[in-house]
Design a protein around this ligand. Sequence first.
Ligand code: LLP
Length: 463
Amino acid sequence: MSRSAHPAGPRHADVLPEGHYSAPADDLNALDPKVWSHTVGRDADGVVTVGGLPVTQLAEEYGTPAYVLDEADFRDRARAWRTAFGADADVFYAGKAFLSRAVVRWLDEEGLNLDVCSGGELATALAAGMSAERIAFHGNNKSPEEIERAVRAGVGRIVLDSFQEIVRVAHIAQSLGKRQRVQIRITVGVEAHTHEFIATAHEDQKFGIPLAGGQAAEAVRRALQLDGLEVIGIHSHIGSQIFDMSGFEVAAHRVVGLLKDIRDEHGVELPEIDLGGGLGIAYTSDDDPREPHEIAKALTEIVTRECEAARLATPRISVEPGRAIVGPTAFTLYEVGTVKPLDGLRTYVSVDGGMSDNIRTALYDAEYSVALVSRTSDAEPMLVRVVGKHCESGDIVVKDAFLPGDLAPGDLIAVPATGAYCRSMASNYNHALRPPVVAVRDGAARVIVRRETEEDLLRLDVG
Ligand code: LLP
């Protein structure tokens, strides 16, 4: 990511401190459509609106912090993925990014399938009425209970992640008198250009079965022999927040190579290939993600080309985007509590949430943008660090950004692109109450996940 220090001196600093930040936007009141959901704008008073509702009204009614999710934008993005891949491919939304029953219903209505990775996500999907055959069940250590539940429910596929699991799932399926459709997750040895903790296709990590050393081929060999399993394909997920398609290219090449080896050894052409999720989104104006139709075209072309070269019928492709669908659809609305200028350094802006509602900055050094949303301002930009209210100096929401120099307690600010991996990774650190998710659409708002209460916390504390 190309970032440069701002050359000129905004308020509080003639010489700006070291940091990874771009120059302030020419107009801090402008909202870059790359990082905000589609229906976001400003009304005549300068208040930011989403789904036709001013954020001041949302804050009044639902409190802060709150995740505000633009339902129309979510549906548009889900549909764009669905349309881009067409009827010959499947799009599985990765529920780990954010899952609730409302989300499951939207996905259902928009024709997407669902990837779940725990009993809890499976329960949510089933509770919302998603038909089991449209669910894929993932995880590197699914418990026997989770496997049994998934097999009983009739999930469309279980993605096998280890040699033990091959036997475990086969055994459970057979004991239930079923034949479970499975894919085998392999690691293709690609170094995805992303943060170490969210890269998943290099060999030295916990997911998948390495292609190297013939382990993946051995896994397929064993799985094909077991009556409880119907092996439908190979799965590869190379990591997350990826912009460069070359990693997928290498992955597809290697997966197809394995399909060819399987055909040559067993005389079986596996009908499906899953290339996982991981497509990047814009967190700041510097990020340039690709559109779903470009991604679909690129992936389909790569797989088709590789299969033609290997003289294989092109398998049905599936993908599992999570962040690329839900990430840009929500922002976190905070109220400013304190504004603390540190001369020659930066101004610390404390908000009423923090690492409990967005751990990504602390965990991955993630970059975010931020805007003043309850009004506009013509004040000079000031370099800020948006921090939370937790007892930890690493409690940072936005590390380096510019906000108007007249920012004051009581102002509302919003951090865009927090739809993915924020609510789903939220915690109760310092006994914080996890914020609600408020969905807005066509001038109406409704809570789809309510705010936690102190009673919720005390209910778990059995004394
Ligand atoms: N499929 C599989 C098998 C996965 O493991 C994941 C993400 C996805 C699909 C969806 O990836 P996406 O399209 O959302 O990038 N907490 C991290 C991300 C962890 C992703 C884990 N697996 C973050 O906040 O960046």
